[in-house]
Design a binder for this molecule. Structure first.
Ligand SMILES: [Zn+2]
Length: 260
């Protein structure tokens, strides 16, 4: 989409809606792994347990008004809250410019699921089945209706995406290195189901590359112990979005590069 057909009119409303959803995804990502209800009770400060007021609950603005601290006890709040709201706002606003109108039906649920899983993995190192299994069912239904590629591509993406990570995990265990969890394997299978075989392979490659670079940087700077595990879900989520938005262009560029 472009300037002419007026997509820009929706950008600010979509940003606000995305930030509100981002705030809700934070709650889902933080509560579902603990088996808590996502509707009640209202959010409270993790330190002093006081219920948050309307101002604190304002997406993005609330964080800046309170300068990232609890209004009652002054404890610093995790920047994950702010980042989740910003990511929700930016992605919701950007999607109409990044994918075709029909693929928006896939893009909005995909971004939502990935944001929830990223929050949960960063906080608990856990990608809950309670989120991944319903998401698999949802995307099977959506892909049966909307499939720019032949259906077998998505089925193959599911099996081979999950299989690729399973093999890496088996090799890592065999070499005595920290391995990926089953959650990561399930998430990559989900990514394959959504994007098809070609793009899930690119996602396996991109997320591994990104995970190694950032992992090595964290170890070199002393922020991460060589032996300690690192949540891998956020790298899969990031790789998935890059592939979903730009994967075909990346692959064409690469093919041009090696052919000439
Ligand atoms: Zn507090």
């Amino acid at each position: 989409m472009d300037w002419e057909n007026g997509t820009w009119i929706f950008t600010i409303p979509l940003f606000i809606i995305g930030a509100v959803f981002g705030s809700f995804f934070n709650v889902v990502g933080l509560r579902v792994p603990k088996g808590e209800s996502i509707v009640a009770p209202r959010s409270s400060c993790g330190s002093c347990k006081k219920q948050l007021s309307a101002v604190d609950l304002l997406p993005i603005l609330g964080w800046f008004i309170r300068r990232g601290r609890c209004h009652y006890c002054g404890v610093s709040l995790s920047p994950v809250y702010l980042l989740g709201e910003l990511a929700g706002g930016l992605l919701f606003a950007a999607l109409p410019f990044l994918v075709s109108p029909r693929e928006l039906w896939i893009a909005y649920p995909l971004v939502s699921v990935l944001l929830i899983l990223t929050v949960s993995d960063l906080k608990y190192m856990l990608l809950p089945n309670k989120i991944i299994y319903p998401a698999m069912l949802l995307f099977v239904a959506l892909r049966l209706i909307l499939h720019p590629l032949p259906l077998w591509q998505y089925a193959a993406g599911f099996v081979i995406g999950g299989g690729a990570l399973l093999s890496v995990s088996v090799v890592a265990v065999w070499m005595g290195k920290p391995a990926m969890g089953f959650g990561d394997i399930r998430l990559m299978a989900l990514v394959g189901l959504v994007m098809g075989l070609k793009l899930v392979l690119l996602c396996v490659f991109l997320s591994a590359l990104l995970g190694s670079v950032i992992g090595l940087a964290l170890i070199a700077s002393g922020r991460l112990d060589r032996k300690s595990p690192m949540p891998y879900g956020p790298f899969i989520a990031f790789g998935c979005l890059v592939c979903f938005f730009f994967g075909d262009r990346l692959l064409n560029w690469y093919v041009d590069l090696i052919v000439w």
